[in-house]
Design a protein around this ligand. Structure first.
Ligand code: GDP
Length: 444
């Protein structure tokens, strides 16, 4: 998603980014292009109008024209405004109620409700450690019920199957009893979809809503439908007290209009984004991260999350304590770090998400690929304990032995030792008080 929008807004802003001076004419021209880009991405017209007028008000005011770096300041205003129309902060799910807390999913057929029900269950089980039960009330499509039952089995969630011929509202009632008996924290209720919004469908969903009193009523909508997504969300919003939206198929080539319009048009936050067909392809929706993705600044925060989830925290803490005590950074520590990098799929896999990563020369990432890291680890493994503790003892003949042991050339051993010395220097700086802060400043 956002590819076209990101490219267009990116190139428009690139032209003004470095400018030390901006005139009202420059700003007018830039805003005209941003407006075109938003319209082409199928953002709802009232949202585009509001967006442009807010940016304009701030852009011709003190904030941008009088700023020392007007180009950058304009980019920041556009960024802030993107974040604002998507709802500022991440909106978590509400669990403040007596368990089982109910999450009701509604939406049109094919939007991805059933898949999202399973994804959400998996997310709640893994990230929130909740016990989850699922039920489908889509009696007109037995295949949909079966699909959810299969997915529930796959992820290990409870599933309530009602006797054939049970009415949807009754199924929901029975599922509540089932979830209570199972001591489930959460019951996710999937409802029937139709190709179009109709009276009967709305009545059915309203009845189910009244029966289970959900804490969350989420509208599931396909991102590919653009600003229509916001329109159908608004229609459902009139019939049901929606608490949020799940935007599906955000992995496809949707132009982004749905993500940018839903909040403004309906007043409801997007809480999750579906990014694939599998049950693990669900991401919490963070407006600020999505905005930086659109502006081509890379998704640095998601990257940080990913790194944090994969880094061995215990080892990292141990190293931190060691450095604080002023103890040296050894080749063993270096090996640990290399191995952690490998766990993350190599630096190459992470580079994609970094700002400006698209601009790296081809092959740059391969310097950090899996094979290189494995070779470095093998070199360290061929050293004796003493050599790892005190690399200074590694003379020519030892280097030859290490190279032979790990199947590399002596120059590879030299290269590794040099990299280690550099890492050691950096660690020394970080270990000093305030060193980390200084280093981060240096990187900005
Ligand atoms: P329902 O009719 O609303 O229950 O929709 P389904 O859950 O059956 O989904 C319809 C189709 O969309 C299926 O083929 C799903 O695999 C697909 N789908 C659902 N969510 C996503 C998503 O986030 N990304 C992609 N690529 N496909 C999705």
């Amino acid at each position: 998603m956002f590819k076209g929008l990101s490219e267009r807004i990116g190139s428009t802003l690139d032209r003004v980014k470095g400018r030390g001076r901006l005139s009202e004419d420059n700003i007018k021209e830039t805003l005209r292009e941003v407006r075109m880009a938003l319209l082409e991405a199928d953002v709802a017209l009232p949202v585009v109008k509001e967006f442009i007028s807010q940016v304009r008000a701030r852009a011709v005011g003190q904030e941008v024209l009088k700023s020392l770096t007007p180009g950058q300041a304009l980019v920041k205003v556009v960024n802030d405004e993107l974040v604002r129309i998507m709802g500022e902060n991440r909106e978590p799910l509400n669990f403040r109620g007596r368990p089982p807390v109910v999450i009701l999913l509604a939406g049109l057929q094919g939007a991805g409700k059933t898949t999202s029900a399973a994804k959400l269950a998996r997310h709640l089980m893994e990230a929130e450690k909740k016990k989850v039960a699922l039920v489908s009330t889509d009696v007109r499509r037995p295949a949909a019920i079966e699909q959810l039952e299969t997915l529930s089995g796959e992820i290990g969630a409870g599933f309530y199957r009602a006797a054939e011929g049970t009415a949807p509202k009754k199924i929901a009632d029975q599922a509540m009893d089932f979830a209570r008996k199972q001591h489930a924290d959460v019951l996710i209720v999937d409802t029937a979809g139709r190709l179009h919004i109709d009276e009967e469908l709305m009545q059915e969903v309203q009845d189910i809503h009244a029966a289970v009193e959900p804490l969350e009523t989420l509208f599931v909508v396909d991102a590919m439908t653009g600003q229509d997504a916001a329109r159908s969300a608004a229609a459902f919003g009139e019939a049901l007290p929606l608490t949020g939206v799940i935007l599906t198929k955000a992995d496809g080539d949707a132009r982004g209009g749905a993500a940018l319009s839903v909040r403004q048009v309906t007043g409801k936050p997007i809480k999750f984004m579906g990014v694939g067909e599998k049950t693990d392809a669900l991401e919490p929706f963070h407006p600020d991260r999505v905005a930086s993705r659109i502006l081509g600044m890379g998704d640095v925060l998601s990257l940080v999350d990913e790194v944090q989830s994969k880094v061995d925290k215990e080892k990292a803490d141990k190293l931190g304590r060691k450095l604080k005590k002023g103890k040296g950074f050894s080749l063993n520590d270096f090996r640990d770090q290399l191995e952690q990098m490998q766990n993350m799929g190599g630096v190459g896999a992470l580079l994609d998400k970094l700002p400006g990563a698209g601009k790296l020369p081809p092959g740059a990432a391969s310097q950090f690929d899996d094979r290189t890291i494995s070779r470095q680890v093998a070199i360290i493994n061929s050293m004796t304990k003493e050599e790892r503790r005190k690399p200074a003892v590694i003379n020519g003949s030892r280097k030859r032995r290490i190279a032979q042991g790990s199947g590399v050339q002596v120059q590879d051993v030299n290269k590794l030792l040099k990299q280690f010395t550099q890492a050691q220097k950096m660690m020394r700086k970080m270990g000093k008080k305030g060193g980390m802060k200084k280093m981060m400043r240096g990187l900005q």
